[in-house]
Design a binder for this molecule. Structure first.
Ligand code: ADP
Length: 466
């Protein structure tokens, strides 16, 4: 293992990912500083870090997203580095730059790389140039609906209008007919402007029944890049992932190796460093097309950790300290068994409305092959100000059927009282024959929910087993 590069790290985040980073630091013998908003005074990350500093009011714009407050906390506590987690400032190139000029190491890619990957149509062009296949689409940002119509005519309907600064599925509109385009173009632009303060949009070919498959990258600061297999993330609701797994039931060893070789070259060419994810859509014929790079650790990173036996967060820290990949992870990368993650959200599983509040009772599942990443605790409060993810339930099994059975039993032992959670929804999905067969795409959830509704209303027969 590489030597430890930092004495003290500030974690510019909250919830389960802040705790996850604290765990990695503790095991590396690095002291930690938590930052928290007024709503998070009693959160576990403030309790388990060595020091904790309040950086502002509950609203994230005035706390977790407030760069001067975070940097002041880092300066007061004299940290060597900042880990941004995911979300918040993690892909903010300006923040990475401020860290750099303040003499604090930002644990992530270089600011210029974050910036170019964050502009999605620029990332498309860069990846295409590096030899990675992209979906047919516009050449950069489109100024007017007429230009979008021109592109759509050229590539053929359906198309999707996407926000250049996109994230979390916002600013996206699928268009199936030319006459709908002008209206949807304006909607996408307005939604993007409201969400990202940038209304730039571009157009790409829409794949009707894609699988979302993404590859985990680790790259050191000496030009070495490794690909740690893929994750299958097709179980999504409104473009938000709900269940992820590794490996993908649809990726063969041969495809995995071909993709890894291509991505190693491409990521080296663009000077990528630290952890990142390259996301693809797979079409009906099994071809993969690049959609975006996430220049940070992702929510679903644990499934990769389970099948590769690596600690991706420790790897991030060591790489940021200058370590070589060989000293950080076991190589060559070998995938062992199968891992699945269910995102447990504080929301009503039927209406999907957020369900913040006090957790009155909590039982976390355990036992062989079960991992829970969470900052939830009994009598703790889930504040209404942040995203609704309260826990990640991760299982590892010998193979996919064992992982599924393990997940079903772990979900059954996961008890959260006082608030609604998505646990019952996960239980229903895990029991579904199409999920169990591995034969699904990103349209699984809407079809699944429609079928459930029909059943409730007596409109459809129970499952007909062929
Ligand atoms: P975001 O950054 O907002 O998450 P992505 O580009 O990662 O946006 O896309 C999120 C999801 O939206 C994908 O996983 C997929 O379900 C859907 N999507 C995006 N682009 C396309 C496309 N060209 N065709 C079909 N679905 C798409």
């Amino acid at each position: 293992m590489a030597s430890v590069p930092f004495k003290k790290i500030l974690i510019a985040n909250r919830g389960e990912i802040a705790l996850r980073v604290i765990c990695a630091c503790k095991e590396l013998g690095i002291a930690t500083v938590a930052v928290y908003s007024e709503a998070d005074r009693y959160s576990l990350h403030t309790r388990f870090a060595d020091e904790a500093i309040c950086i502002g009011p509950s609203k994230s714009a005035r706390s977790y997203l407030d760069i001067p407050s975070v940097i002041s906390a880092a300066e007061i506590t004299n940290v060597d580095a900042i880990h941004p987690g995911y979300g918040f400032l993690s892909e903010n190139a300006g923040f990475a730059e401020v860290c750099e000029v303040s003499g604090i190491k930002f644990i992530g890619p270089r600011p210029d790389v974050i910036r170019s990957m964050g502009v999605k149509e620029r990332a498309r062009a860069i990846m295409q140039q590096a030899g990675v296949p992209i979906l047919p689409g516009s050449d950069g940002v489109l100024g007017t609906a007429e230009e979008a119509l021109g592109t759509a005519d050229r590539i053929g309907y359906p198309v999707i209008i996407k926000a250049s600064a996109g994230g979390g599925g916002r600013g996206m509109r699928m268009v199936s007919r030319a006459e709908d385009l002008p209206n949807l173009f304006d909607q996408a632009r307005n939604e993007a402007a409201a969400a990202f303060s940038c209304g730039d949009v571009y157009v790409e070919k829409y794949i009707t029944t894609p699988r979302h498959i993404e590859f985990q990258i680790l790259a050191d600061e000496h030009g070495e890049v490794e690909v740690l297999g893929e994750r299958e993330c097709s179980i999504q609701r409104r473009h938000q992932k709900l269940i992820e797994e590794s490996p993908s039931p649809r990726v063969s060893r041969e495809l995995r190796e071909t993709m890894a070789a291509g991505l190693r070259e491409a990521m080296r060419a663009i000077g990528y460093t630290n952890a990142g994810t390259v996301e693809f859509l797979m079409d009906e014929t099994g071809k993969l097309y690049f959609i975006e790079v996430n220049a940070r650790i992702q929510v679903e990173h644990p499934v990769t950790e389970m099948v590769t036996g690596t600690d991706l967060v420790k790897a991030q820290i060591l790489i940021a300290g200058g370590a070589r990949l060989d000293a950080v992870i076991p190589r060559p990368i070998r995938l062992t068994g199968h891992s699945i993650e269910c995102r447990i959200n504080a929301e009503n599983p039927d209406t999907f409305t957020p369900s913040p509040g006090r957790i009155t009772a909590l039982n976390l599942p355990g036992g062989i092959g079960v991992r829970v990443d969470t900052a939830a605790y009994a009598d703790g409060v889930i504040p209404p100000f942040y995203d609704s993810l309260i826990a990640k339930l991760i299982v590892h099994g010998r193979d996919r059927p064992e992982a599924i059975r393990r997940m079903i039993r772990a979900l059954g032992m996961f008890v959260v009282e006082g608030i609604y959670t998505s646990i019952p929804l996960h239980q229903r999905i895990l029991a579904d024959p199409d999920f169990q067969s591995g034969n699904f795409d990103t349209t699984f959830i809407p079809r699944f929910l429609a079928r459930e509704k029909d059943l409730r209303e007596g409109k459809a027969p129970l499952h007909i087993v062929a």
